[in-house]
Ligand binder design. Structure first.
Ligand SMILES: Nc1nc2c(ncn2[C@@H]2O[C@H](COP(=O)(O)OP(=O)(O)O)[C@@H](O)[C@H]2O)c(=O)[nH]1
Ligand SMILES: [Mg+2]
Length: 711
């Protein structure tokens, strides 16, 4: 393995919708770069990138793979990312550590949800971006309409570098507008025979070439002058200008490839070397302190961890991007988050499932080490004294939940720890052990994401689980003011118990005055752990209840608030006023007042027009125009309320509010409604009162459950 300097490294990501041929193209690159001597296929499970069992079973990428070739003195690292939005976390982490995004598009389908996801994150990370139009050999492939869609969505900076000569099964060549040659591919080598463009074609090609030159010239006055003067820009001027405009995201080139027949690979690799930035040619990595650290080999070492695996083939590994300095075997680095020293005994560069021992990994390069003890995704490691902490990768909110239970009794703990391990490798899988719902809730990006999680639990952690319907964290509150009293009296043998409490309860509304007939002695406002408020007001006059019993009454109220009278859910937004009561000189104690407090609260509560509240989410649904009608008309059946709709290219963005109870199955429904062409995001908005018929149903269900539990 050669040693490379930062300038000789390129980090690129293959991103975009699934089924656009990224993984197949990864083998084209490896083959062209002589890293393999036979190209694999998805159908035969023989690609270098999709080497995991689950990927072969499903015939699609689930995890991102790190691959590289060594070519003409350069090391080109490329990360093949999954395109299904279930695994968007892998794509995001991949894009986070590269300097260029290659977004693949299926020429038959044009722009898809995965195209936009990739674009969104490439934009977020300010990555130079190139569109790669693939599958031009398909009968229905359409370069022009795909190109026009890209322009429509991503603006006029989208510009063609290639134009296919013909599409469909005969596709094997394109015009290259950069050097005005025809690239023709007559064998499987990925290397073109270059031909002159015949005069008869020139009138078609020249306007496109001029458009490209103009766009590049536009970004620089001097270039523009030269272009106007001479009517062209020769390579010595054009190429550096293209690189500059590309890096600055002033143009988004469009090129053609074909994964199936290894077409365009030489251009692709050449483009990566010639026009994609070296790691130190872009601004750098943002730190938690919002500074920017450039890739710089001359500084002390620091690295950012973006991936962990514990797959059968590679073993337990920690993947990192070196941001500064160089990493050598045996180096001691400080984990900034955990304040622990980690020793990296062995370091590797990774090619698919192969790991190659190396003697150094320089700033800008990507490598791995055997899984470290304390270090997780998003952690920074650095040499002592060189204090730096890189900003974490931000992942999108989950879009689906499920309750997970072990198939075999007694394996609860195993399920819990296995799920926590899954979360460490995949931060988009979130585990919540909910004492409220008495369930383990797993949050994920979609059905497939859940299915893969289950597969991993069963195959890797050897624990069988069942998915169950997740409960909804309902809340209870009241709508009326009610007063009442409760006398707790017990005379059994020796010491008795006595407490009498008079209590008013009403909905808590900020700023609402306390009725003037009461004299306020004490007033406390509690932010409840489960959301909402409790205001506890002491209006006792004449010492009819001792001050020292007040906390006991509050305790009684709180206890009931944790298990609301209607459905056992948490209670919120209540004002409690204690205005009268009685004590007994011998029999009154804290326990008695706690009971009286709880009982009067409960009795008042059920008289105060109690309501069940449910969590409501803000939902944003991105739908291709042709499905907007279906999606909109489906929303009311899920109690969704449409708030607005905006257009975004050929997509419409529907904003709505929907109850969580209906949202659990939404991503699956949306998928089948739109042939998987729509996607949605969700975030908690507020609690709202459930409709009366649902309230009735929930109360009955609770009663039934209680009965079952007591039997
Ligand atoms: N006709 C045709 N099929 C392709 C091409 N590239 C990939 N495929 C097929 O498309 C499917 C998805 O390919 P894959 O590489 O897994 O796409 P990815 O999901 O983007 O990684 C597989 O069945 C491939 O054999 C291509 O250029 N032409
Ligand atoms: Mg793939």
């Amino acid at each position: 393995m050669n040693v490379y300097e930062t300038k000789q490294i390129r980090n690129i990501a293959l991103a975009g919708h699934f089924n656009t041929g990224k993984t197949t193209f990864a083998d084209c690159i490896l083959y062209y770069g002589k890293a393999i001597n036979r190209r694999g296929t998805i159908e035969e499970n023989s690609t270098q990138s999709d080497f995991n069992e689950i990927e072969q079973e499903r015939k699609c990428s689930v995890l991102s793979s790190l691959l590289f070739i060594e070519h003409n003195g350069y090391k080109i690292n490329f990360i093949d990312t999954p395109g299904t939005d279930d695994f968007i976390g892998e794509m995001i982490a991949g894009l986070n550590v590269v300097e260029t995004a290659f977004i693949f598009i299926n020429a038959q389908n044009g722009v898809e949800v995965g195209t936009e996801n990739a674009w969104e994150y490439a934009e977020k990370y300010k990555l130079p971006t190139i569109f790669v139009i693939n599958k031009l050999d398909l009968d229905q492939a359409n370069f022009e309409s795909t190109f026009n869609q890209l322009r429509e969505l991503f603006g006029r900076k989208v510009i063609a570098l290639h134009l296919p000569i013909s599409t469909g099964p005969s596709f094997k060549s394109f015009y290259n507008l950069l050097d005005m040659k025809i690239y023709e591919y007559n064998d499987d080598s990925g290397k073109a025979t270059q031909k002159e463009i015949p005069d008869s074609d020139k009138s078609k090609i020249e306007p496109l070439r001029n458009e490209l030159l103009e766009m590049i010239a536009e970004t620089d006055m001097e270039l523009m002058d030269k272009y106007i003067e001479t009517g062209t820009l020769d390579e010595s001027i054009l190429f550096p200008a293209l690189k500059k405009t590309f890096i600055e995201r002033d143009i988004f080139p469009v090129i053609c490839v074909n994964s199936k027949n290894n077409i365009g690979t030489d251009f692709f690799v050449d483009f990566a070397i010639r026009f994609c930035p070296a790691p130190d040619e872009v601004s750098g990595r943002v730190t938690k302190a919002e500074n920017i650290q450039k890739v710089d080999a001359n500084l002390p070492a620091s690295l950012f961890v973006f991936k962990l695996t514990s797959e059968a083939h590679l073993g337990d590994m920690t993947f990192f991007k070196v941001q500064t300095g160089k990493i050598v075997p045996g180096i001691d680095l400080l984990n900034e988050t955990k304040s622990q020293i980690e020793r990296l005994n062995q370091i590797f560069v990774i090619n698919g499932k192969k790991r190659i021992d190396v003697s150094q990994i320089i700033a800008g390069d990507i490598g791995a080490t055997v899984k470290l003890k304390f270090t997780q995704i998003n952690h920074t490691l650095h040499e002592k004294g060189f204090n730096i902490d890189y900003a974490p990768i931000e992942y999108p909110n989950p879009r689906i939940r499920i309750a997970v239970a072990p198939k075999n009794k007694g394996e609860e703990e195993k399920v819990g720890t296995s799920l926590n391990n899954l979360h460490l490798e995949d931060p988009t899988l979130i585990v919540e052990h909910s004492p409220e719902l008495k369930q383990i809730i797993l949050y994920a990006q979609g059905e497939l994401h859940l299915a893969v999680a289950k597969w991993r639990l069963e195959h890797r952690y050897k624990v069988e689980v069942e998915f169950k319907e997740p409960r909804v964290p309902y809340r209870e509150t009241i709508q009326k003011q009610v007063r009442g009293m409760y006398r707790h009296k017990k005379q059994t043998g020796g010491a008795g118990q006595f407490a009498e409490v008079h209590m008013m309860i009403e909905p808590y509304v900020e700023g609402n005055p306390i009725p003037s007939e009461f004299t306020v002695r004490g007033r406390d406002l509690y932010d409840l752990e489960w959301g909402g408020k409790l205001e506890f007001v002491n209006c006792i006059v004449g010492g009819v209840i001792d001050q020292r019993f007040m906390p006991a009454i509050l305790k009684g109220v709180m206890e009931k608030m944790q298990e609301g009278p209607l459905t056992g859910s948490y209670v919120r937004d209540i004002r409690v006023v204690i205005y009268d009561g009685k004590m007994h000189p011998v029999d009154s104690n804290e326990a008695a007042f706690k009971t009286a407090g709880m009982m009067v609260f409960k009795e008042n509560f059920v008289k105060a027009d109690p309501k069940i509240l449910e969590p409501i989410y803000n939902v944003e649904i991105k739908v291709p125009e042709e499905f907007v009608g279906d999606v909109m008309s489906d929303l009311p059946s899920r109690r969704g309320v449409i708030i607005g709709i905006e257009s975004e290219g050929k997509y419409q963005k529907i904003k709505a509010k929907m109850p969580l109870a209906e949202l659990d199955k939404y991503s699956t429904a949306l998928r089948s409604m739109t042939q998987a062409r729509a996607s949605h995001t969700q975030s908690f908005a507020e609690y709202q009162v459930v409709p009366p018929q649902i309230q009735q149903k929930l109360i009955e269900e609770y009663k039934k459950r209680q009965q079952e539990e007591s039997e």
